[in-house]
Design a binder for this molecule. Sequence first.
Ligand SMILES: C[S@@+](CC[C@H](N)C(=O)[O-])C[C@H]1O[C@@H](n2cnc3c(N)ncnc32)[C@H](O)[C@@H]1O
Length: 329
Amino acid sequence: MDRKVTTLSEIPKWHYSMLNDTVRNTAFQTAIADRVTATDRVVDIGTGTGLLSILAARAGARSVDAFEAHPDMAGVAARTIAASGVADRIVLHRTMSINVSMLRDDRRDFLLTEIFDCALIGEGILPALRHARAALLSDDYRSIPQAATLHGALLSAPRIRQLNEVSRACGVDVSGLNHLQTKGHFPVRLATWPHALVSDAQALLHLDMLEEPPAQAGWNVAFTAEADAPVDGLVAWFDMDLGAGRHITTHPAAESHWMQAFVPFPEPVAVRRGERVDVRLAVVDDVALTAVPDRAFTTDLRQLDTHRSLTLHQNDLVPTRPVLEASAS
Ligand SMILES: C[S@@+](CC[C@H](N)C(=O)[O-])C[C@H]1O[C@@H](n2cnc3c(N)ncnc32)[C@H](O)[C@@H]1O
């Protein structure tokens, strides 16, 4: 007889930590209670368990169209909504929002969505927003969130780089695996790894939920290096404005189920204190953020004699300030 001891879940594990993130939940709940009114017809893109749709209906929304593409999650949403006491005002669409269009006169006037990953774009908000503006929403729609900004700083963190890069193991060259590495950003809990911020934070990307999402192929962001250091890429986090004075931040010093995003450079580069570092950012396939230094760096990593004495800090981040110290200088 077959005995099935365990099964791997088909849904991403972060659904649990996300729903246990009371900071996130409360921010959305209060923004919805403050901003959704009895005349609003709401579209909830990526409803998951149905949570935000239920909160909108409980806040008095006239109707809610909830979209959930994952079949198992849609099943959970159906049951959660059925038990919520407000099921009569929620219609669940078990499909991607981009598969549905509404007649112009019937379009909804309030966008509610929480499909943001650690770098905002990784769960597909760009195509979902483009489509919703063209096919689901009235011209004067309102939105929760209203806007979000991704911030980032130069990061020295060889151990984080090693989460996505190999060379040798037990004397064996295993670098062939790098062919399959993640090319864009990926999540890291910055405080758990030795690291040093090598610059102040700059805005990397701004998303206004009432505007057409940016379509540019690439753009430059300039940083000023604050130490001699090998730089592995950018660390990024976002600040989100839900309206009504409600905000969410995923800054490394904040408590959140969202991790930070590491955006690796193709290879580490050596920078000098005071040097301007232009980084070319790009969105690939509408979901991945990539970062490449915009010019060849003259300093060779091996010439950087101070890099071994960098203090790689853990757990002592100060908001918006670099934490790097080059003790040799
Ligand atoms: C981060 S979860 C958020 C769940 C819920 N909004 C909440 O705040 O609790 C995102 C969910 O959206 C779904 N999803 C993402 N993009 C979607 C889209 N364009 N249309 C329908 N479902 C989508 C995913 O399957 C996932 O279950």
